[in-house]
Ligand binder design. Structure first.
Ligand SMILES: C[S@@+](CC[C@H](N)C(=O)[O-])C[C@H]1O[C@@H](n2cnc3c(N)ncnc32)[C@H](O)[C@@H]1O
Length: 345
């Protein structure tokens, strides 16, 4: 089955000034067909004008505070009622099944029914898109492999992780620790954590040796070629919340969390209203000689952000140097950008 990414803007909705109405006519749905054995179809719809373009400040939203999500002792619970699929040799939970289970409104944030009723995969300040796997994740996965980026023993953050495939790839690369952050706690509980568990356990019977947590029998459709190291799960921590809040939580922990050698982030610069918080988070959490790898589309119609705007923002702040390390031209241009502190080695 193929991955389908369909970005749709509702008709007649994007005509307000600054609402990028003029861009709607250019909105060819950039469908990305990713051959993915057994992968479920997933179709992120990028914010209706009703919601999109209005960030945290403009909407005067009360965004969620940050919190850490602990891995349960019995990790088999995390995979209960989940259906596993495989893409790019990584396991992930079928999102439609999760959405079906979470549609009853009994899950705290209730992001599934809100996203369904808003016909949108982004509701700024409420739901930031983490239930779906967005296509630039695959660009960055490909880049990490091509560039043969050495992650062994590195401290890695998958920022705005959603499914967490980038962090899982880092675990496969033998990273020393991998932290996952998503805006929505439902995403961490129902998607990220199950995906990490699904990739950290051996096929069928156990934790892979090094981890003391027990798993009865994870669902398994097919064997994998590559495995996470046996103790991979114990290297992981999971956080939900808005970026500034997550930074504050990490920096105020006792002892404070050490900085990250590598921050991986995909499709997180669509909303210019978040650039300040994102930039500050990167500058607070990246090690002085660390690197950020950011995957993004050139422009997000209907929301307004994209690589050009973000690059300009970063240059004006004069904290990081930023450069393009890979350009993909698949209808709409997509980029992998590298960031490092200006005074780094
Ligand atoms: C479009 S999703 C991309 C998910 C994933 N990286 C991917 O490529 O599939 C954007 C992600 O950025 C994060 N995000 C966006 N704005 C945020 C904010 N203001 N604070 C914290 N996280 C935010 C959310 O966690 C969300 O999952």
């Amino acid at each position: 089955m193929a991955f389908r990414f369909n970005f749709a803007i509702e008709e007649n909705e994007s005509t307000e000034p600054g609402g990028h109405g003029e861009a709607d006519s250019q909105l060819d749905p950039p469908k990305h067909e990713q051959s993915a054995d057994g992968a479920a179809a997933c179709s992120p719809r990028l914010g209706t004008a009703k919601h999109a373009g209005k960030g945290l400040s403009e909407n005067k939203l009360c965004f969620p505070g940050a919190r850490e999500h602990h891995v349960p002792e019995d990790v088999s619970k995390v995979l209960e009622k989940k259906v596993l699929e495989t893409v790019s040799d990584l396991r992930y939970v079928n999102v439609s099944v999760v959405e079906m289970m979470c549609r009853d409104g009994t899950h705290g944030e209730d992001i599934v029914s809100k996203s369904v009723s808003a016909h949108s995969d982004l509701i700024p300040g409420v739901y930031e898109g983490g239930l779906k796997i967005w296509e630039c994740t695959f660009d960055l996965l490909e880049y990490l492999a091509e560039a043969d980026l050495q992650l062994a023993n590195k401290a890695v953050l998958d920022l705005g992780c959603g499914a967490g495939l980038l962090g899982i790839a880092a675990l496969r690369g033998k990273a020393g620790k991998v932290h996952f952050q998503d805006y929505n706690s439902t995403v961490i509980d129902e998607i990220t954590l199950p995906n990490v568990v699904a990739n950290c356990v051996n096929d069928g019977n156990g934790t892979g040796g090094g981890d003391s947590r027990k798993i009865d029998k994870p669902p398994s459709k097919r064997p994998r070629k590559a495995e996470c190291s046996p103790d991979a799960l114990s290297k992981c921590r999971f956080f939900s919340g808005e970026w500034s809040e997550v930074s504050r939580l990490l920096l105020s922990s006792n002892p404070p969390c050490s900085k990250y050698d590598v921050i991986l982030t995909s499709e997180t610069i669509y909303n210019p209203d978040y650039y300040g918080a994102l930039h500050d988070t990167l500058s607070q959490l990246l090690d002085k000689n660390g690197r950020v790898y950011l995957a993004s589309k050139a422009h997000y119609f209907g929301v307004g952000g994209g690589t050009y705007l973000f690059e300009k923002f970063v240059e004006e702040r004069k904290v990081f140097r930023i450069s393009t390390v890979k350009e993909l031209d698949k209808g709409l241009k997509r980029f992998i950008m590298e960031m490092a502190f200006k005074d780094s080695s």
